[in-house]
Ligand binder design. Structure first.
Ligand code: PHE
Length: 344
């Protein structure tokens, strides 16, 4: 029995020396020291031994167990360390490698322009309102003093869906809707940005879909001078405090009188250059005092209430501000173009 134990010890320690991975080591432990392991198996035969032999064999068995266990423990440590080292090596990061760049999105340039305008008007107590892009003939035209068959409808060639529905040609219907909803009950200060559609052939200065932002102020005693002061503020906010404005008489069916606003040309400071077509002025927007008929149709008493309205194209503003040569660039969304306007 002594020999058997010695042999097992030698066998086990040899195996431990040669083993290469933790799983196999674990197997050895079970095979020799486990409850059904070889050593236990040998000890089962102890009952057959004499009284004198038993303690001797018992002690030897313990020593053998301890020796094997010690060998296993030592090997286990070694293997574990080797494994850790291998893992560390595999996971080494080369900090000198170039990083993977992350692509950030950003605001579309037209969104930024609209937000800039919104900021100014929110500061002046205006509300931002939106309306449907598929609009009724009534709000897009009739409520704005453009009855069916009115020649001025030709100014805004339209995409009709049915006889009574069309893609809105301007954002003015949002104003008509807001006024009608309030039905003459209270003053209004609002701006409405959004997409609009006209049947134009696309070229460098025309797009069948573009953006507008309009403003409306209705209250008692609103005057033309209020409009002029507001537009002056807007021009300076968008283009710089050194800009002047001028108003020229114009025509819109929904405003009377109607004006068009120009700003002084930044490129030549009013001297005349190719950007301003030698006039020193650049046309920016249309505006006017809300037509009494428009007020009346929406339920406002034109003897009591007056108002002004203005409408402009963020596309045109962006083109002037950044020297962009083609309106289609805003809608074809080439990221190389759009990225130029992302904030750092
Ligand atoms: N809605 C007009 C247009 O699209 C612009 C405008 C708005 C003019 C408000 C005057 C007042 O041409």
């Amino acid at each position: 029995m002594q020999e058997q134990l010695k042999k097992l010890e030698q066998e086990a320690t040899e195996k431990v020396t040669n083993v290469e991975d933790l799983k196999a080591l674990q197997d050895i432990q079970v095979a020799y020291l486990g409850r059904k392991g070889s050593i236990t198996e040998v000890l089962r035969g102890m009952g057959k031994l004499s009284k004198e032999e038993r303690p001797v064999i018992g002690e030897l068995a313990n020593t053998v167990r301890t020796t094997i266990q010690a060998a296993i423990d030592e090997k286990k440590q070694l293997l574990e360390r080797a494994e850790l080292e291998k893992q560390l090596e595999n996971e080494t990061i080369d900090v000198t490698l170039p990083g993977r760049s992350v692509n950030f999105g950003g605001k579309h340039i037209l969104t930024s322009i609209i937000e800039e305008i919104e900021d100014l008007f929110i500061g002046l107590g205006y509300e931002v309102r939106e309306g449907p892009e598929v609009e009724t003939d009534y709000y897009n035209f009739e409520a704005l003093n453009l009855p069916k068959g009115h020649p001025a409808r030709d100014m805004q060639d339209s995409f009709y869906i049915t006889n009574e529905l069309l893609l809105r040609t301007h954002t003015s219907p949002v104003q008509a809707r807001t006024m009608s909803a309030l039905d003459g009950a209270e003053p209004i200060r609002m701006i409405c940005p959004g997409k609009v559609y006209r049947r134009d052939s696309d070229d460098a200065t025309h797009s069948h879909q573009f953006t507008q932002i309009e403003g409306l102020y209705v209250d008692k005693n609103v005057r033309m001078s209020d409009l002029k002061g507001t537009l002056d503020l807007l021009a300076k906010h968008m283009f710089g405090t050194d800009r002047d404005i001028r108003l020229r008489p114009s025509f819109f069916p929904f405003t009377e009188p109607s004006v068009e606003m120009d700003i002084s040309c930044k490129v030549c400071a009013g001297e005349g250059c190719s950007v301003c077509k030698r006039t020193g002025w650049i046309e920016i927007l249309g505006a006017g005092m809300v037509h009494p008929k428009v007020l009346e149709m929406a339920g406002y008493d034109p003897k009591e209430y007056t108002g002004f309205a203005f409408g402009m194209g963020p596309d045109r503003i962006a083109m002037l501000k950044y020297g962009i040569d083609d309106i289609r660039r805003f809608y074809t969304n080439d990221t190389r173009f759009l990225k130029q306007f992302h904030e750092a």
